[in-house]
Write a protein that binds this ligand. Sequence first.
Ligand code: FEO
Ligand code: CA
Ligand code: CA
Length: 609
Amino acid sequence: MDTIDKTYSCKAAAYEASEDVGRNGSTAPTIGDVINARLGRRDMLRGALAVGAVTAFMGPVLTAGTAKAQQTRYVFDEIEHGVDETHHVAPGYDAQVLLRWGDPILPGAPAFDPMNQTAAAQAQQFGYNNDYIGYVPLPAGSNSATHGLLCVNHEYTNEEVMLPGVAKQDDSYADMTEELVNIEMAAHGGSIVEVEMVDGAWTYKQDSAYNRRITAETPMRLSGPAAGHDLLKTAADPSGTEVLGTINNCAGGITPWGTYLMAEENFHGYFWGDMPENHANYEQFARYGVPGAWYAWGRFHDRFDVTKEPNEANRFGWVVEVDPLDPNSTPVKRTAMGRFKHEGAESIVNSDGRVVVYMGDDERFEYLYKFVTNGTFNADDPAANADLLDDGTLYVARFDETGVDWLPLVHGRNGLTEENGFSDQGDVLVRTRMAADLLGATPMDRPEDVEPSRATNNVYVMLTNNSRRQSDQVDFANPRAENLFGHILELVPPGGDHGAERYEWNILVQCGDPSVDEVGALWNPETTENGWFAAPDNCAVDSRGRLWISTDQGSGWARTGTADGIWGLETEGDLRGTGKMFFRVPLGAEMCGPVFTPDDTTLFVAVQH
Ligand code: FEO
Ligand code: CA
Ligand code: CA
């Protein structure tokens, strides 16, 4: 059984450690990997050349002062790297705290009383450890930049910070009573909150009929090809279609029709108990790290104990769709989009009307995915899009030197057959990682956010780091061994067609300090000493196509000398690959959820922990 490494000081660091393990058994170097490793060195050069302007600027001729400098699209004065107890924003901008853990958000909710928390109160109050933020303008369908719904994910809880008198728990979780567990469960999930700008300041409306808390116990529906599958049936739900709650919601997305997608990431951590080796789920659970035993929920809720309920863990690891305009709607887990440690789910309407959702599986050596709907987006009738995400094709990425192939995870194709142990499409989806292993997908350096640009149709992939990649495991798209600082890939669909099964790709930047040779960083030399960053995690593309990156270094700040923050990153022209620091959080916090209002005048950010 996996356990949290107790040498880490907080649960956030434990997550970092867990992701550090990697559970993909298919990463042993093959002769192909060895060849890739050799070619990979050449590809680093190719990658550098592909960042054309960067290479040109790196030459001795075009240095600042001799080149006709292109105007930056990021028109703010850069702030400095640093480490302190407060936040910092570029001069001339205001930063305001809008919502805090415990703020009462449902009508009639009690005021926050941190010394007397209850599950009932928490279920009506803003949850813990915010990650994704989505903004849905109000009235619905408008472009309002001063009034809307914030959809915020609450990823996980830290008992030693959250609960008075409770220290960090060891494997026995001795202090975790039923009420404390229920408080944790109520602090998970998400919040939907109506916000409005009044007299130049943002405020939230506690009396809004839209406001909603989604928790680890909110009734939800399973839909799509795996719904009703034997693997999803439990003692409490013999239909395999009804499930309680969502957990470890990291990033997400707002669909073109205005629904809120909540990605279930490290779901394995919530289960404990022992899975017998002869159980049908044993191998699959090992591939996913179930049971992780990060919480004591299994003590009071049998469904989180794999010994008592061996299928409950199959009902997590999905993307959940929520209609934020209807607080009584039942959230739906869309199984067609696969089961893995979903980081996020950002989508785009393809030129042919189909909707394409990009998704990362955030663990070392895991994969990059996209989902392409069969149906097309109906802009005139939001209700017509209600089940678009139930029907389509899930693809996994396999990179080579010149491109990336999207391999369909479809039962009966590419060896995903009965003969190879996959009984049907539901089975392929429940065991997405194992299906992707069989197809030879490329193990990546922890894919976090993946976001398409509506301005260029290029797609940006945040690869946050992978300290475990060995020198004989580097490949074209993951070119650094011991990748402590991460990198960003740019995918280029042919003619902007997100339905295509082969794209081109480039490395946009290799993160870390460019002044230290051993780091192997790659930035435009116009990047200042504050403009580089490490551990890209979430990102946003604003209405003008500018890319903004937020970082999650964990304890890695000690290597970079700066707390996490938000950086602009040029993707076009001569300044391509130039970073510029805009915002910084207090030391120890993780920067999440950047999202702009439609007019780019407000940036909402989540200071996670
Ligand atoms: Fe929850 Fe992958 O960050
Ligand atoms: Ca993340
Ligand atoms: Ca993160």
